[in-house]
Design a protein around this ligand. Structure first.
Ligand code: GLN
Length: 569
């Protein structure tokens, strides 16, 4: 029977519930148990695809084409597991199903009510997603005081009623504020959060993770213990630290793994070995070398803050590559618009060891990104282009090497004489009908790599070629496309509408651009370009996919590994 660990937040959100949940999962894996993770988002959106990145951070893309909350990214990065979209449950999804069921008469004339029908649907989804795993970690987004969380907390409490206390554990992740004018860590909001949790849902936390700028001292530990009636071994100190990947190690110092197993009447099935993980963490903190990489993107100021959260997975993929190569990658966020306004800004890119142009949409900052790609190509600076970053590199090459004046993507200029990047016909229809939600080319698609290419060598070196017949068998024929061979196939995730126009491919090739990977669309045998590289360059690689979504600390993405290595040499 699956054991459930429900993680909820008190005091404020955004204090690392996701990382805490992922770390618990990692620890339990080390004790020999199979683990999955589920994220509950109480918002009404059915998925995160229609959310602006500045609103809710990065949109995370799953293998099965889900556009979901970025916390799922932490789960995958820590658990080294592909998690399907059904593991992100939102209020919108739950209500939609209940209303659809009601319309079909499936409630057999009963009055359909928020309680019990909404929690029942929530539970059903949780049980389906956790099937077959020893543990399911369920993170409830937001904080416990939020109105919209009531049905979710109700559903979590019902798990306990249904399966018994030893099968359901609650973890409260709270924050201990240190007001600047007092310079003292305050426990009162945490005490109130504990009270609220029991009043609102009858839930008493089994473990309390005390996040904060400093470790919890004995006095404050005792204060929480006595005022909230919580045994002191249930109170876990989780202060801010240098890297999120240290969190499982720190939690283990407080014996979180054994405490959870004990509460669940379980014993360790394996002796945790953290050696490899510790080494990678130590490389992150004390690297042998440092490099600077410019990420030329679109940044939006929200009030007094600039959000870079929309590139969280790229940031993490660079950290992973750096940890494996024992180098620190310092990221310099360069606003593409600044390169447009002030061409002298471009020269500054020389100060960096590499240039990365990430994914993006729309016309804002596009000319700056194109200039950055040109600068990297002409100055032999390592370049990594991700999705829009590949499209930008091709537009630049078309304009300056193929001499196709005003070449562009039809996304930016529908009247360009040379739409080297063009929209797929099926997508055109969707756009006409304003069908924006969940309709891009989404999720994992296979690419067939050119055997002698740099791209192939990187995927081979990192053992990412999908040679395993089982994976190929497991992937739908639509996602695999028509395979010519099976020993040079890889799978990466996608989120785009536009494509390299097949009409221009030959002309690019004649001038030295190598299309090092392609997908053959099942429906019409059309070749879609997935990877490009310039063999004459130190490192100039780009892809239509988003390899950052499959990068893990102990299994870095080949593209990022190759890029960071080139920047280091
Ligand atoms: N806007 C481009 C497209 O839709 C690129 C998308 C991306 O970078 N994720 O094709």
């Amino acid at each position: 029977m699956t054991k459930f660990i429900v993680v909820v937040g008190g005091v404020i959100s955004g204090v690392g519930k996701g990382v805490s949940s992922a770390s618990i999962g990692k620890i339990l894996q080390k004790y020999g148990y199979s683990v999955t993770a589920i994220k509950i988002d109480p918002y009404m959106n059915c998925d995160a695809g229609t959310l602006r990145p500045t609103e809710h951070g990065e949109v995370w893309v799953t293998d099965d084409g889900g556009e979901i909350d970025q916390d799922l990214g932490n789960y995958e990065r820590f658990l080294d597991q592909n998690i399907p979209k059904s593991h992100n449950i939102t209020t919108g999804q739950v209500y939609r199903t209940v209303i659809e069921k009601e319309r079909k008469g499936e409630y057999l004339g009963k009055t359909v009510q928020i309680i019990p029908h909404i929690p029942e649907e929530i539970q059903k989804r949780v049980l389906e997603s956790s099937k077959g795993f020893d543990f399911a970690i369920i993170e409830v987004g937001g904080t416990i005081g939020d109105y919209e969380n009531v049905p979710f907390l109700f559903a979590m409490k019902a798990l306990e009623r249904k399966f018994g206390k030893e099968n359901v554990l609650y973890v409260l992740v709270t924050y201990l504020l240190v007001p600047r004018h007092m310079e003292e860590m305050k426990t009162k909001p945490t005490q109130q959060a504990i009270k609220l949790l029991s009043e609102a849902a009858g839930i008493f936390p089994d473990l309390i993770f005390c996040r904060g700028p400093f470790p919890l001292d004995d006095i404050r530990r005792r204060k929480i213990e006595s005022s909230a009636n919580i045994p002191s071994e249930s109170i876990i100190s989780e202060p801010d630290i240098d890297t999120i990947y240290r969190v499982p190690l720190d939690l283990e110092k407080e014996n979180v793994g054994l405490k959870i197993l004990k509460k669940c009447n379980l014993y360790p099935k394996a002796n945790p070995n953290w050696e490899e993980w510790e080494k990678l963490v130590s490389n992150i903190v004390n690297p042998a070398k440092k490099i600077k990489i410019a990420i030329v993107g679109k940044y939006v100021d929200v009030g007094n803050f600039t959000l870079t959260d929309s590139y969280v997975s790229i940031n993490q993929a660079l950290i992973h590559a750096g940890a494996n190569l024992n180098v620190k990658v310092e990221i310099i966020w360069v606003n593409a618009k600044d390169l447009e306004k002030n061409p002298s800004e471009l020269e500054k890119l020389k100060e960096y060891q590499g240039i990365l142009v990430p994914g993006g949409f729309g016309s804002s900052g596009v000319e700056g990104k194109i200039k950055a790609a040109q600068f990297a190509r002409e100055n032999n600076i390592p370049y990594l282009g991700i999705c829009y970053g590949m499209q930008m590199a091709l537009i630049e090459f078309a304009r300056n090497i193929l001499n196709l004046e005003n070449a562009n993507t039809s996304e930016v200029n529908p009247d360009t004489p040379h739409p080297v990047i063009d929209i797929l016909p099926a997508q055109k229809e969707l756009m006409k009908n304003k069908d924006y939600g969940g309709t891009m080319r989404l999720g994992a698609y296979a690419a067939i790599l050119k055997k002698d290419s740099q791209t192939y060598k990187l995927y081979e070196e990192t053992q990412r070629l999908e040679k395993d017949q089982e994976i190929i068998n497991k992937t739908s024929s639509e996602r695999l496309g028509n395979l010519e061979t099976t020993d040079n196939v890889i799978l990466e995730r996608h989120r785009h509408r536009w494509e390299v126009s097949p009409k221009y491919v030959e002309r690019f090739e004649e001038k030295g651009m190598v299309f090092s990977g392609h997908h053959i669309r099942e429906s019409d045998n059309m070749k879609l370009m997935e990877f490009i590289e310039l063999p004459s360059h130190k490192f100039f690689l780009a892809t239509q996919g988003h390899p950052e979504f499959k990068s893990r600390l102990d299994d870095p993405s080949p593209m990022f590994l190759g890029f960071v290595r080139a920047c280091t040499s």
